[in-house]
Design a protein around this ligand. Structure first.
Ligand code: FES
Ligand code: FES
Length: 215
């Protein structure tokens, strides 16, 4: 008896009986692209039903950018935020995910020298960008030397739990570079996008003032 051939997935020949045998039933399902492995798990559709949509992989793109002086080229889902790129793909977990909605500032990093909420920034739009995170702020080669604002945060004891601190420091660096440090009030205004649930605001402002004015 001849073996079954792969052409079992080919539609039944013209003139085949209308009443479908198991063989023609399976062939119809496979050709319609509605195999159970499609993910619905509901088995083959009824004869004559519209074929289910074939699920597609999410759109992805390649992006090449510099993070803390190191070049990275990655292929990622188009919807990936810069924060997720840093934390999930590059293992840089210093930038924190607080609200993930642009409201707390815990995820603040510098992109081409400007502070941004990385949770609201699409990574695929950062081709050739220079990103600086808290991990890359200190000068030197990991010899323990800190950025002056990092040192001032320690000196002023400007944190408690520390969850907001990397975002506060990156935002503070941006605030200083922008020149919004003429007074404590001005610093508070330009740091108002960074929330501290531990209420360290007074000391955070002092740390920025110490960095700028040596107070
Ligand atoms: Fe980005 Fe809150 S985590 S602003
Ligand atoms: Fe705890 Fe700011 S130090 S949230």
């Amino acid at each position: 008896m001849p073996a079954e051939h792969p052409e079992s997935t080919v539609p039944p020949p013209a003139g085949a009986p209308k009443d479908p045998s198991r063989r023609t039933f399976v062939a119809t399902g496979v050709i319609g692209g509605v195999v159970v492995a499609g993910g619905l798990g509901a088995g083959p559709p009824a004869i004559g039903a519209e074929p289910a949509a074939v699920s597609e992989a999410p759109p992805s793109d390649r992006v090449s950018l510099s993070v803390n002086g190191t070049r990275h080229t990655v292929t990622i889902d188009n919807r990936t935020s810069l924060l997720d790129l840093l934390r999930e793909h590059l293992g840089l977990t210093g930038s924190k995910k607080g609200c993930n909605a642009g409201a707390c500032g815990a995820c603040t990093v510098l992109v081409d020298g400007r502070r941004v909420n990385s949770c609201l920034t699409l990574a695929v739009r950062l081709e050739d960008a220079e990103v600086t995170t808290i991990e890359g702020l200190a000068p030197g080669d990991g010899d323990g030397e800190l950025h002056p604002l990092q040192r001032a945060f320690i000196d002023e004891d400007a944190f408690q739990c520390g969850f907001c601190t990397s975002g506060q420091i990156m935002s503070g660096v941006g605030c200083i570079q922008e020149g919004h440090t003429g007074s404590g009030e001005e610093i508070r205004e330009w740091m108002s996008g960074n929330i501290c649930r531990c209420g360290c605001y007074v000391k955070i402002v002092r740390a920025i003032e110490q960095t700028v004015h040596g107070k």
